[in-house]
Design a protein around this ligand. Structure first.
Ligand SMILES: [Zn+2]
Length: 399
């Protein structure tokens, strides 16, 4: 299995990226031998790339696969030490910039840009992967722009963002990147990947359909009973909204479920991180200089706690957003049913409730879909989750 097999349903992107990695290998070889290759081949490689596509299309998967292909002696064989270490995020010359909170700070960006300017320790490339380039603060984007404008000879920047829209990536950065566009993979391709990872075919098919081509979600849905239960709870909401009290109760459940999911995620990670920090800071020492060390350890701990808090906030938003995507697909299913369209439904297991809501006027269904999307936008704009969600469930109330 090569690194490209991870890129589900994206033959065009694989063609571009494997071509570029072959050109990159020639550049590495000519650096070593002093010979120069054909310009046409070398033109396939460049220093800055932007991966765009809808959530779940595999932007970061594509960036990681390309990073592995650049570091691998065999163009991304998927088997060597380079491929493995890139895959597990431990390769010395591949730097992952992942926002821990809601944004990527300028300090973090500057640190990465500095590291990336060094010669690669493995002799091939320094690769910087920015997984959510749309979450760069303005200052962080400027720090990155400087590096992308004058990239060190052996440094490659791989940025991921939902689209090339200026809201996602500043025009100044975008104009210096080669864009690779990914599409939502077809459900059968997603199911195929799950089956190859050991999921039973019928479960894989259901999870692929239910996750609307989002590989990560499909994988989780197929394996995690909690995720399945959360999804069932969300799908029960539309038909339950028969009075105001039910609307408020549904909102409360949605918000609490997101909080609980985020808390579980935090509980798993926060304490081990604090312990690792304490160990690194040499907690409990009594020698000379202990007071100064304790002071800086205190600052580092505060910094870590701040990061953890903002990461938990983000996990809450993400969890709530997943629920909203499921709700939106429910109303879409109602519209498809009303139109008699021959399109696969997202929630076959909710077919009974979907059928009940087809009694609504089509415009009323559309208005409810709009209400769900408006809630997503409000959350994006930092409206308090409870307020945004209550406004939504109230708008979803059945006559
Ligand atoms: Zn390899």
């Amino acid at each position: 299995m090569t690194v490209w097999d991870e890129l589900v349903g994206q033959p065009e992107a694989v063609a571009i990226l494997s071509g570029a990695s072959r050109a990159a290998a020639q550049i590495v070889a000519s650096r070593r031998s002093g010979a120069t290759g054909g310009d046409e081949v070398l033109a396939q490689m460049t220093h800055a790339w932007l991966f765009t596509g809808p959530p779940g299309s595999g932007r970061s998967v594509a960036a990681r696969a390309f990073a592995a292909a650049l570091q691998c002696e065999n163009g991304g064989c998927g088997e060597c030490a380079a491929c493995h270490t890139v895959g597990t995020g431990t390769h010395a010359d591949v730097h992952m910039v992942v926002p821990e909170g809601l944004s990527i700070s300028v300090q973090e960006m500057r640190k990465i840009v500095l590291t990336a300017a060094r010669a690669p320790s493995g002799g091939r490339w320094q690769v910087v992967v920015v997984e959510d380039a749309d979450r760069l603060t303005e200052a962080a984007a400027n720090a990155l722009l400087k590096a992308v404008e004058e990239p060190p000879e052996r440094t490659v920047f791989l940025l991921c963002a939902p689209s090339t829209h200026p809201d996602d990536v500043p025009v100044t950065i975008r104009s210096r990147c080669r864009v690779v566009t990914l599409r939502t993979p077809p459900a059968d391709a997603v199911a195929g990947v799950l089956v190859s990872r050991g999921v039973a075919p019928e479960v894989a098919e259901w999870a692929a359909q239910a996750s609307q081509g989002h590989v990560g979600r499909a994988n989780r849905l197929a394996r995690d009973p909690d995720a399945q239960a959360r999804r069932a709870a969300v799908l029960a909401i539309p038909a339950s909204l028969t009075n105001m009290a039910a609307c408020l109760e549904a909102a409360d459940k949605l918000v609490k479920a997101a909080e609980e999911e985020a808390a579980a995620f935090a509980a798993e990670r926060n304490e081990p991180e604090k312990e690792a920090l304490a160990a690194a800071m040499g907690a409990g020492g009594t020698g000379k200089g202990t007071a100064a060390a304790t002071r800086s350890a205190g600052a580092a701990l505060k910094d870590l706690e701040r990061k953890q808090k903002s990461r938990t906030t983000r996990a809450q938003r993400d969890a709530l957003d997943r629920a909203l995507v499921d709700l939106a697909a429910f109303y879409r299913d109602v519209m498809l049913d009303q139109a008699g369209a021959d399109v696969a439904s997202a929630h076959p297991e909710a077919a009974g409730d979907v059928r009940r809501l087809t009694a609504l006027h089509p415009e009323a269904v559309l208005a409810r879909l709009d209400a769900v999307l408006a809630c997503r936008e409000a959350l994006e704009l930092n409206v308090k989750p409870r307020i945004a969600v209550e406004a939504m469930t109230t708008a979803l109330r059945l006559p």
